[in-house]
Write a protein that binds this ligand. Structure first.
Ligand SMILES: Nc1ncnc2c1ncn2[C@@H]1O[C@H](COP(=O)(O)OP(=O)(O)OP(=O)(O)O)[C@@H](O)[C@H]1O
Length: 212
């Protein structure tokens, strides 16, 4: 589904990685691991078109998405991508429900209550996001992903701010999304998250390995 070919990223004179090849198929869950500063977040950002690679291509199905114009990139993000990032990217002064409705397809808003139940926030639709705790906001972002059903999910340390039970719930939800045919990529330092993935890629060594 998504294929990175000879991807290179430099900041000034510093090269994070060079000629990185990686592909993720639908139904697969991939962990991005590696030392702090090795470039896991930057790689996710390049896959999600939030940052431009210095060289190489990012192909989604048959399209090199790095070559799309601004409108094409916007549609690609809107139609295919789901982000689960540390800053949650929620609309803070809107309600939980309004945040989920933004992601729902037209005429398909009935899923929001179910998604909130799934992340342990059942009945919290009317609360303003800025009144929620960090972990609760992270779970709203997860519920938004469930509602959006993107073909490619990009998650950056999705268990970072959560206790053990909620961390396990997040992994479970992502696992289920991959079983439904989505490609899921998770940058993580958490061994339990890595071990729940089908395969892992070490951004420090550019090697793929089996976490099991
Ligand atoms: N916009 C930028 N300009 C310059 N350097 C940057 C920029 N963004 C990231 N970097 C540098 O690139 C390196 C990789 O950062 P990145 O956040 O991708 O690493 P990471 O593997 O996700 O780290 P961590 O595990 O600590 O979250 C860091 O040294 C960071 O300072």
């Amino acid at each position: 589904m998504i294929t990175l070919n000879k991807l290179t990223k430099s900041f000034g004179a510093r090269t994070l990685w060079e000629d990185l090849d990686l592909s993720v198929e639908p139904g697969r869950m991939l962990a991005l691991v590696g030392a702090s500063g090795s470039g896991k977040t930057t790689l996710l950002n390049c896959m999600g078109l939030l940052e431009r690679p210095s060289g190489g291509s990012v192909r989604f199905r048959d399209t090199d998405v790095t070559r799309l114009g601004p409108g094409g990139q916007r549609r690609f993000r809107r139609d295919h991508l789901g982000y689960l990032f540390q800053d949650y990217a929620l609309i803070e002064n809107a309600t939980v429900k309004a945040n989920l409705d933004v992601a729902a397809r037209r005429g398909d808003r009935s899923d929001t209550a179910e998604a909130l139940e799934r992340v342990g926030l059942g009945g919290r639709e009317k609360e303003k996001v800025h009144h929620l705790s960090g972990g609760e906001q992270q779970r709203v972002a997860l519920a938004r992903l469930i509602v959006k059903r993107p073909s490619l999910v990009l998650a950056d340390e999705p268990t970072g701010a959560l206790d053990h039970a909620n961390g396990a719930m997040v992994v479970d939800v992502l696992r289920r999304m991959s079983r439904e045919g989505r490609a899921v990529v998770i940058a993580t330092h958490d061994d339990a998250v890595r071990d729940a993935c089908d395969v892992a890629f070490d951004v420090s060594t550019l090697r793929m390995f089996s976490p099991h």
